[in-house]
Write a protein that binds this ligand. Sequence first.
Ligand code: C2E
Ligand code: MG
Ligand code: MG
Ligand code: MG
Length: 285
Amino acid sequence: RSKQNGKNRYGFYQAEQELATSRTVTITNHLHNALLEDSFKLLFQPIIHERTRQVIAAEALIRFGDPQAQATGPTEFIPLAEEIGLIDQVGLWVFKNTCLQQRKWADAGLPLRCSVNVSARQLRNPRMADDFINAIERTGVNPAMMAIEITENAVINDEGSARAALQKLSDYGLSIAIDDFGTGYASLSGLHKIPVDTLKIDQSFVHGCDSDNDSSSIIAAIIMMARGLNLKVIAEGVETKGQLAFLSSFGCDEIQGYLIARPLPAEQMADFIAMHSAPRTTETS
Ligand code: C2E
Ligand code: MG
Ligand code: MG
Ligand code: MG
């Protein structure tokens, strides 16, 4: 799905081709500018503990800060950044800035675990793990409060460098989550060879779990398997109370999705948490 977006330029009609090419050029310029001007932004989406309903973590999600570029989202510009060789710089920007934010929250008495998405290409950079560890050391963040999210496909067909990077980060104390779990092609035996501690159930299953049998069976199976392998399970894309009830009944550990909150600017997190944990006197939705 999302990976296809950047490849539409192989379209049949020349006009279509030219339009897509000019779009690629435009986004390429936005990427270079954002790096030069340090104008990327991060949003943070709260993640709650299923039983306590407290916000315990937040996922960092990158955006263009420049108003001219804001309509373009990461599903489009991250694959392009990978293609044109900018992903290492962009990815390190995200990691460093997330560390800084984690430290600010921790100092303010909000010890949120922060997770950062890492793309397949980035994971294959042999310097990545050391760059991340340096960022942690320079910001003084507790490594146990940082997590990275990778997709299954980032670690299959890997000759070992991705696995080595994950091992180094895991040994240093970071959590490793498999994002969009269930949509890739990793075998269960392959999963066993990397130091994973968390599975994030893909949104496509979550969206169907209160309405179709296949999705609910898949989720039930993922949660049971995760329990057997001693992995934590996070459901992402939770949008309805029915989905939340289903996930709770199967003992899903953590919940993320629009039902809880949309991705927020960091400055809004403290207020969100204060409001979210206040006892509700009236039902608002
Ligand atoms: P992801 O890591 O699977 O992130 C979840 C995406 O789903 C986010 O979209 C989030 O805003 C959206 N989402 C969260 N809750 C809901 C919900 O209840 N319903 C629906 N429909 N959507 C929800 P976003 O921010 O556009 O990011 C899209 C993808 O771009 C991410 O998917 C991730 O793969 C990639 N991405 C985002 N930021 C970064 C980054 O800093 N580095 C890298 N390498 N990739 C990133
Ligand atoms: Mg993610
Ligand atoms: Mg995901
Ligand atoms: Mg994704």
